[in-house]
Design a protein around this ligand. Structure first.
Ligand SMILES: Nc1ncnc2c1ncn2[C@@H]1O[C@H](COP(=O)(O)OP(=O)(O)OP(=O)(O)O)[C@@H](O)[C@H]1O
Length: 248
């Protein structure tokens, strides 16, 4: 289980002597069960990506703790190969000097229980994300946006993580490609039974892929709702999102 316990985070912005404290996260707590798909939906600047950075151990919270199976994610050994991420900006997510093969195999090597020499591992990963073996030798600039994001997904799942953090992972894609990638994520989840933390502005995408949805506002959880009860959402922001999506 991934447990987020009472996380607070502030940044100090401005020039030396005039630094102003900006509290971004205000005591955030929730849990994502193994194999669960949990959406976090909130307006821009509400602190979603900040929360992601804490889960990935890129930044430390000021207060609170994050645990994976009872061990703090502060330690690299807790996170290594267990928590992977896919970000919005697929163009900068892959090293431009790496071929697709090298980018994916780097992640495969994070887990020693996978036969890392096997070409089969790479080919089957590419196949699972809808790319054929000819993509192995390509560089990132030789990929379309949708193909690059598929490579990012292949790389993220290559180490067989227990949790996949998807931070606006479909937002930069063309709408038709968004649908394909969402379908792919759903299929992969069924194959590997990974837990997903799916960060988005898109309530329809969250409803498609998530079991529960957190409505996040100004660094706090407003509401946590089961997706099958989404029509009964109580928070103003949740109701606005829902109303907009129905109009669309
Ligand atoms: N390293 C940083 N230093 C200072 N302020 C920061 C830093 N990172 C984020 N912030 C501020 O924290 C707030 C939350 O940012 P964050 O990126 O977490 O929001 P978000 O909900 O992910 O937004 P979006 O949906 O637009 O990506 C913003 O006001 C942002 O300016």
């Amino acid at each position: 289980m991934l447990q987020i316990e009472n996380i607070t985070k502030s940044y100090h912005n401005g020039i030396i002597g005039w630094k102003k404290k900006h509290q971004v996260l205000h005591g955030v707590s929730f849990a994502c069960e193994a194999g669960e798909s949990l959406g976090i939906i909130g307006e821009s600047g509400s602190g979603k990506s900040t929360l992601v950075r804490m889960i990935l151990g890129i930044e430390r919270p000021d207060q609170g703790q994050i645990f994976l199976h009872g061990k703090s994610v502060e330690y690299r050994s807790t996170r290594r190969g267990q928590i992977s991420a896919v970000f919005q900006d697929y163009t900068s997510s892959i090293n431009p000097f790496f071929t697709v093969e090298r980018a994916i195999m780097e992640s495969v090597h994070l887990r020693t229980n996978i036969d890392s020499n096997s070409i089969y591992v790479l080919d089957s990963l590419l196949e699972q994300v809808g790319l054929n073996a000819s993509f192995k030798k390509r560089y990132p600039h030789e990929l379309s946006g949708g193909e690059a994001q598929r490579v990012c997904i292949a790389r993220a799942i290559a180490c067989r993580p227990q949790y996949l953090i998807l931070d606006e992972a479909i937002s930069s894609l063309d709408v038709s490609i968004q649908v394909q990638v969402l379908q792919l994520l759903k299929e992969l989840k069924n194959i590997y039974n990974m837990g997903y933390v799916f960060i988005t502005h898109d309530i329809q995408a969250a409803a498609y892929i998530c079991d529960r949805i957190i409505i996040f506002r100004q660094g706090q959880i407003e509401e946590i709702i089961n997706t099958d009860q989404l029509s009964q959402v109580q928070s103003d922001y949740g109701r606005t999102l829902l109303a907009t999506s129905i109009v669309l």
